[in-house]
Write a protein that binds this ligand. Structure first.
Ligand code: GRF
Length: 210
């Protein structure tokens, strides 16, 4: 059975969507642990109430990023993951960490990458006046919000949208595409070819908001 470790910082709704989809579709997977860098992260409560080991590792207790990432790696490795899922984990990771999990570390970012890496993506999409926004699931490489894209969801920007309205529409799609990407990974259907990810047998890697 595959083992998944998830890293969160807050609400954890993407993690919840993955767990619920796995339960509904009877995936052969073990959610071995959830680790939050903020002790108050809401997602830890969901994990505990679903019998998933939940741990807070407060980054403020460590002298620097490298020390925190090393402690994080130790905890993760105890759980022997096949896949490490970043789900709203709001920390920049050291190259050492990223190399350690190369090819089995994935992230979701609330924009159509390579547009709008970084923070405040919904505000920036509105400011830029784009008509289509969205979310991306990608393998993590060493740049911020960079790495081969597994799948994306496109979401329309509607007249008069606030950042919160747009964020909610994007989040709804995040909850659909992240479980799909995880399942593809677990089923061994993903191949990284250069900077692209192919799904075998082929299936659309772009989802559209209805
Ligand atoms: C999501 O929008 C995700 O794309 C971004 O942070 C947010 C996390 O939400 N990286 P949640 O904690 O999964 O509810």
């Amino acid at each position: 059975m595959h083992s998944i470790v998830t890293l969160i910082s807050g609400r954890g709704s993407n993690f919840e969507a993955i767990v619920k989809t796995a339960q509904k579709e009877n995936w052969a997977v073990q959610f071995s642990g959830v680790i939050a860098n903020r002790p108050e992260a809401k997602g830890l409560d969901f994990a505990r109430s679903h019998g998933i080991p939940a741990l807070a590792l407060d980054h403020k207790a460590y002298p620097d990023r490298a020390a925190f990432d090393r402690a994080l790696m130790q905890q993760i490795d105890l759980l022997k993951p096949d896949l490490v899922v970043l789900a709203g984990f709001m920390r920049i990771l050291t190259p050492e960490f990223i190399r350690h999990y190369a090819g089995k570390l994935i992230n979701i970012h609330p924009s159509l990458l390579p547009s709008f890496p970084g923070l405040h993506t919904h505000e920036r999409a509105l400011e830029a006046g784009v008509e289509t926004h969205g979310a991306s699931v990608h393998f993590v490489s060493e740049g911020v919000d960079e790495g081969p894209i597994i799948c994306q969801a496109s979401v329309p920007v509607l007249p008069g949208d606030s950042a919160a309205q747009l964020a909610a529409r994007v989040l709804q799609m995040e909850h659909q595409i992240y479980p799909r990407a995880v399942k593809w990974y677990l089923d061994g259907r993903l191949r990284i070819e250069g900077n692209q990810v192919k799904v075998y047998p082929p299936e659309s890697q772009l989802f559209a908001h209805e």
